[in-house]
Unconditional design. Structure first.
Lengths: 263, 266
């Protein structure tokens, strides 16, 4: 059983607080969905867990299997089994996908790395995701469409075999057919490997393929409501504003909290 | 493939067929310069290997006759020297240059004259600069419908200072030319590096662009690569390899670049 624990986390960037006393625990086999309006800290959370040094942790801790992540480098976190499928994957000229993944796996597996197995698995996954064969020899995401980039993230996920997966708006930029391929691929990986998953999304459509065990609404830097899949349907039907209430405190700061149904 | 090897003032025609005429002069005296005149009469591939030891001065005069294509690979190793390359392209000729050098100090001048209509030069150059390297390029579009694409990628390390000055000229009444410059320096030092891109265009009917970048690899690039479990040094090596080997299709040059990268980033 693998466990990601976020304990009372406060995060700032350029003196602006993005996450405030944030708490979340994800175990293997759980699929958590993080929803909320734009610019509220969802992507920040995934980047902070992965170790992006642009963000400063001013308070709180992140643990993976009781190992404190706060001071670990990005690559060390990855080698512990944490994976982030990014919202806007980088385009890197000259470094081919194959070289990139071969380097990543040879560092991970050391003398156990087998080139033949690597090529075989890569070919199988490329077929599974219905990617063009030549993409693995092209520069990372170079000339890829938005959808192809997202498939490339899932290809990397399959190759690296993570135990805790964060997918940041993996559904954006995908057409209906690609969404089905990506959604089913994520769910198949989940069924075979039993990872913990944290999904950031705005839409229900991805969740038609990946049924969440927990749904959280994040606002004002913290989780303000947690529920099950019915919460997603409620958001889809009524929007976020129907679920949260905006108030302004004495200093003019916006305070968002769950709207209480008085009926 | 045709091959020429030059060790300072000694030229060896390792393998040259009848598609190339080569003349070699040594100008003795105070300014001793070695002149190498190469005339390309038929489509061919040519590899020039230069080993610099005693700070020689080399002048290459490379002329492409009408309707001729030259695929040219240039490898320069050694200590230091001064080299000038003059390319002269006749009508419908095409010169495709891939060049890599790993030397201590060099001052280099490249003059390309696109004399004939529809002539084209693609110039793809890579270097790892560990001391002082200065490159001046003058590209003259002297006929209409001519194309020049100059791409320079350099990585600056140690005591390195790297300068690219690239000037492209299109005079009046020379129409429908395409002029591109793309210069990038990854500066892994605090030393001064410089790119001076100049487009001297005196004609309205021209497609021209230039890009110039000096800097380190971005935090976003490093984060993306490291987020797949690749440590900082391996990520840097991967990015440098990509930067220096992109667009290179010569196996010999690729091997040379890989060897140099292994030497500096073990």
């Amino acid at each position: 059983m693998n466990t990601l624990k976020i304990d009372n986390l406060t995060v700032t960037i350029e003196n602006k607080t993005i996450l405030k006393n944030f708490n979340l625990i994800i175990h293997s086999g759980e699929i958590h969905v993080l929803m909320g309006p734009n610019g509220i800290g969802k992507s920040t959370l995934t980047k902070v867990i992965m170790g992006d040094t642009n963000y400063k942790i001013t308070e709180g801790c992140i643990y993976y299997n009781d190992i404190l992540l706060n001071s670990l480098n990005v690559d060390e976190r990855s080698r512990l089994g944490i994976f982030l499928g990014m919202q806007l994957p980088m385009e890197i000229e000259g470094v081919s996908n194959a070289d990139f993944l071969r380097t990543a796996l040879s560092i991970r597996e050391k003398e156990n790395f087998k080139l033949f197995d690597f090529i075989k698995k890569m070919d199988e996954t490329v077929d599974r995701l219905k990617m063009k064969k030549d993409m693995i020899h092209r520069g990372i995401n170079q000339g890829f469409s938005g959808g192809e980039r997202k498939k490339n993230e899932i290809l990397q996920m399959y190759m690296l075999k993570p135990t805790m997966i964060m997918l940041d708006e993996i559904d954006s930029g995908l057409d209906v057919d690609s969404l089905k391929i990506v959604g089913e691929a994520i769910y198949d990986y989940y069924k075979s490997n039993n990872p913990g998953i944290l999904l950031v999304t705005h839409y229900q459509r991805l969740l038609d393929y990946i049924k969440p065990t927990h749904v959280h609404i994040i606002s004002d830097g913290k989780i303000i409501k947690t529920g099950d899949y019915t919460l997603v349907q409620e958001i889809e039907k009524n929007g976020f504003n129907a679920l949260v209430e905006k108030n302004f405190n004495s200093t003019g700061e916006c305070v968002i909290k769950e709207k209480i149904n008085h009926e | 493939m045709n091959k020429i090897r030059i060790d300072d003032d000694n030229l060896e025609k390792v393998n040259v067929d009848n598609s190339i005429n080569i003349e070699y002069y040594k100008k003795e005296g105070l300014f001793s310069i070695n002149e190498i005149k190469i005339i390309i009469v038929k489509e061919c591939d040519l590899q020039i290997e230069i080993n610099l030891k005693e700070e020689p001065k080399l002048n290459f005069d490379i002329k492409l006759k009408e309707n001729v294509t030259l695929n040219l690979n240039i490898l320069v190793r050694g200590k230091s020297g001064k080299i000038q390359y003059r390319y002269n392209l006749d009508k419908n000729s095409y010169c495709n240059v891939f060049k890599f050098q790993n030397i201590e100090t060099i001052s280099e001048m490249v003059i390309a004259k696109l004399e004939g209509e529809n002539s084209k030069i693609d110039y793809n150059f890579k270097t790892i600069c560990s001391n002082k390297e200065t490159y001046h390029y003058n590209i003259y579009h002297n006929s209409s419908n001519t194309i020049s694409n100059v791409k320079n990628n350099g990585v600056c390390i140690g005591k390195g200072t790297l300068t690219y000055q690239v000037s492209s000229f299109v005079p009046k009444n020379i129409r429908d030319c395409i002029v591109n410059q793309n210069n990038k320096i990854i500066n892994l030092t605090n030393n001064k590096c410089e790119i001076r891109p100049n487009l001297y265009i005196d004609c309205n009917d021209v497609e021209a662009s230039h890009s110039a970048l000096i800097g380190k690899f971005t935090d976003e690039e490093m984060f993306y690569i490291q987020s797949r479990g690749i440590d900082y040094n391996s990520a840097l090596k991967l990015l440098i390899t990509g930067f220096l080997t992109s667009d290179i299709n010569s196996k010999k040059i690729l091997n040379e670049i890989t060897k140099s990268i292994q030497k500096y980033w073990r």
